[in-house]
Every structure is written in C-alpha cells, then in structure tokens.
Design a protein around this ligand. Sequence first.
Ligand SMILES: O=C(O)CCC(=O)C(=O)O
Ligand SMILES: [Fe+2]
Length: 330
Amino acid sequence: MTQTAKNYSLEELNLETTFGGIGKTKHRDVPQIDLGDFEKRKAEIADQLWKASTEIGFFQLVNHGIPQQQIDEAFEMTERFFALSHETKAKYPLGKGTNAGWEYKSQVRPSTGTADNKESYQITPTRMAKLWPSGEELPGFKAAMLAFERANWAVGMKVLSCFALKLGFAPDFFTEAHDPLAPDYQSTLRLLHYLPMTNAKPEDYTGWRAGAHTDYDCLTLLHQRPGQGGLQLCPGKEASELEWTDVEPLPGVITCNIGDMLKRWSDDQLLSTLHRVRMPRDDEYLGPRYSLPFFCQANMNAIVQGPKKIYPPITAHDYLQQRIAANFAG
Ligand SMILES: O=C(O)CCC(=O)C(=O)O
Ligand SMILES: [Fe+2]
C-alpha cells in the first residue's frame, strides 16, 4: 500500500494520512439510545445523546420510527440497483464534487492512498437531473429511495434538535440549516455495495472495504444488515497504535456517528470518530456487503460556527468541498 504524501488543506485531513495501518482490536460498548416517546422524553434523550457523542462519537438508535419493512425495501432496491449492468450504471455517473450518481472503486481515502473495494450510488435530491435509472430499468426505485431519504432526514433532525438544545441554539436551528426544500440542500443518501470476497486472491485482502476516515457531515445515520459486519470504530486519534472496536450490525437499530461538521459546530465538544470497514476474515461471511448511510450535511449556504466561536465562520459548502476534493480520484 502506498501512502499519499499530499498536503491536504484541513488539519483533520493531514491527520487522516497517518491512519492506514491495521492496529489492534478492543471491545467497547456502543450506547443504545431509545427515541420512543420523543417529545416527552426529549431532555433525557438529549442528555444520553450528548454523553455518547462526547465520549465515543457513536451511538445506536432504537425505536427510531422508520418501519423495518421500509428499511428492508430500501436494501432490496439497493441490491437491484447494483445488479444492473455496468453499462447501465455508467449512464448515471458521479459528478465531481456533487455527491450524486454512481462510482466504481474510485474513492481513495487519504488514510490508505488506495481505492476502497466498493461501488456506490449517491442520492442528493437537488442534484439528480439525469441520474435516476429509468422506470424500465428499475421500477419503483425512485419513489422508494426518495421516501427513505426523507424518513432518515426526519430522524436525523430529531437527533440534531437535541444537540441544538444542548448547544443553546433554537430547537429547529439544525432543521432550518438542513432545509430539504431549499435549492442549496446537500444531505445525501448513499447506497453502498462492497464487493464479495468469495474466490478472492490473497492480494485482494491487503486493501480495505472502506479505509479509515472521519465523516465530513454533521451526523451519519447508517443502516446495516445483520450478518454483514466489518464496521470498526476508533475513538481518540492520538494513541500511537490505534485500537479498533467492531460494531456488530444489529437488527432494527440505526448506527449513528458525529461528523467533522458538527464537531466544528460544537466547538469541538462532540467527537467525530475515526471508523473504517475491514475485509472479512476467511472464516467469516464472504459474500457482498450492502449498507445505507444517510449524511446530514447542512445546506450549502449555512454558516458553520459554534456558540463559543472558537473557529472562524465557514459556509457548509466551502467546508464540504475541501473534504470531497481530497476523497475522490480524477
Ligand atoms: O458501510 C459502512 O458500514 C460504513 C460506511 C462509511 O463509513 C461511509 O460511507 O462513510
Ligand atoms: Fe463513514
């Protein structure tokens, strides 16, 4: 594996170039947080979210309100999308810096310098002109995915309203900053297909399904399928040898993590935790792995600045562009 010697423009990125190694593993508990009876229990839920996000940067939501049937349908549609021919998917290519469209093994993480062993299709609803597969190619896909996108948005906004409470912002501060009806909306639903490792050659195991990174959004909501593990997290970037924790995909939960944008917006109080997706070991399930992250990314014109103003203000657009430019080849 070669290490990129690029000089990235944000401090987080320079740090990320040093995280490519395998490291050790360590068991840690990822807190589960129940969103049931949300309005009544909001203060208690906000305390739990704050604790998890200042201590480990990850938590799993239960009773989040998205019906399991809708999650299963989104996964079924995702499998159908990736089963389309290469030529069909290539009609809907990822545009540079847009988080919209399909890419195949093109995401190079600063941590590893090699392409992730995956393909993805990203849905940023405001940028999807000519990027949806046709109704003949994939009937029902657009309606199912747009509904799923909005269901995730709604859960994300509930969680963010708790952080607004804790940070002293108005209750809907982040909901307004992620307004889906504004033309500068840029939250993204990502469909991921990690390639199967059945009949893989030993050299195929040297890479990563997704190299170590922090997310660049405010909050990520990740849907995983039981039996398709591999996600690992590592709080604390300062240790000389990193200790990684497996996050088991449990049925019915949404695994969430804080991203760099909310870390900055909270004046570094909330942790944006390093994570990655490792290759399966040869005694584990070797088939394809699908996952569905939804990235709450504040609208392009939103100004990111915490209540203590420890960082200068930056638009969410400028912030994201610096991160995207460093992650996709070409
Ligand atoms: O697929 C996963 O489990 C995690 C994906 C991820 O971390 C990402 O896309 O940012
Ligand atoms: Fe991630």
